[in-house]
Design a protein around this ligand. Structure first.
Ligand SMILES: [Zn+2]
Length: 299
């Protein structure tokens, strides 16, 4: 098996799965993969995976974190938005670490699987290992092509606007899709207000806005909402009380308009949110309250 052939086939497979399920793909679906007629598993163990037929790592993986915790890379972002990916153990010469180093030296593209629920992953690809920080027992991963052009050792010397551009790219490429996937998985892919199940029409809304302090991308700061309810929540047309009851702004409640306003918005007044079964994944009442105050002052 040629290394390049395997990687090309893997990306085509992941492309297809991710287009179908941007909110996360199960490990069983990911592993239904074969190349040149031979089955090849892509998700095998947490961490670095190098199939026997290859000389360099093919995939890396992070298991899912508890709903109220940030994914491991969130507090390990290096300058320029590069993701720090921890060694297996602390010995740089363990075979897994060597396999990832070989991928770095050969500039081989990898897939990065980020756990968003039990056995469900958001796939990032292609990603590249662009550096190593032996003293921190970590590799540096570029998740966007633009990051590959930057020398990790000189990121600190880049102009501030260029650095913030790179960090923005990583937010769009990595942080936002993972947050969306985690929230949608927690809500079983439904709108918490109207229960719409069309995942194409669902977003992960922040309760405390991500531009505000405390607006962390964790599930208890999120709500799975359809596009219209997301926009209505962001614009304070709809509010959610800390006891999970939906309120429609008074002036909007008395408006006369077509069926979308009537059935889509006004009829939601007094509805109780459908929240995740798992208690730790439910919306945080303190965050809801803080945001609800804002809603009240908008009315
Ligand atoms: Zn909805």
């Amino acid at each position: 098996m040629l290394d390049e052939q395997v990687r090309t086939a893997m990306f085509a497979h992941l492309e297809r799965l991710t287009a179908l399920h941007p909110e996360g793909v199960t490990s069983a679906e990911i592993n239904q993969f074969s190349v040149a007629g031979q089955p090849l598993k892509l998700v095998v163990q947490p961490g670095i995976w190098k199939p026997g037929a290859l000389d360099a790592a093919l995939t890396i993986r992070t298991t899912y974190t508890a709903p109220n915790q940030l994914p491991p890379y969130e507090d390990a972002i290096a300058p320029g938005g590069l993701v720090k990916y921890a060694y297996r153990g602390t010995d740089p010469n363990l075979s897994d670490n060597r396999a990832l180093r070989t991928a770095m030296q050969g500039q081989r593209p990898l897939a990065y699987f980020i756990g968003v629920a039990k056995g469900v992953y958001q796939a990032q690809f292609p990603v590249y290992v662009v550096g190593e920080q032996p003293e921190e027992h970590a590799f540096l991963i570029a998740v966007d092509q633009a990051q590959r052009l930057v020398d990790p050792d000189s990121v600190e010397t880049l102009p501030a606007d260029r650095r913030s551009y790179l960090e923005q790219l990583v937010r769009a490429r990595l942080h936002q899709p993972v947050f969306r996937a985690r929230v949608l998985q927690a809500y079983e892919k439904r709108c918490a207000i109207c229960r719409l199940q069309h995942t194409d029409l669902l977003d992960a809304a922040h309760i405390i806005r991500d531009s505000d302090e405390g607006g962390l991308p964790v599930v208890p700061n999120g709500l799975s909402l359809c596009k219209i309810h997301h926009a209505a929540y962001d614009r304070d047309i709809i509010g959610v009380r800390p006891d999970f009851v939906v309120q429609v702004r008074r002036d909007v409640l008395v408006e006369i308009d077509g069926p979308m306003l009537k059935h889509g918005i006004q009829a939601m007044h007094g509805v109780r949110l459908s929240v995740p079964q798992h208690r730790a994944a439910r919306p945080d009442p303190n965050r809801l309250e803080q945001r609800y105050e804002e809603f009240l002052s908008a009315g």
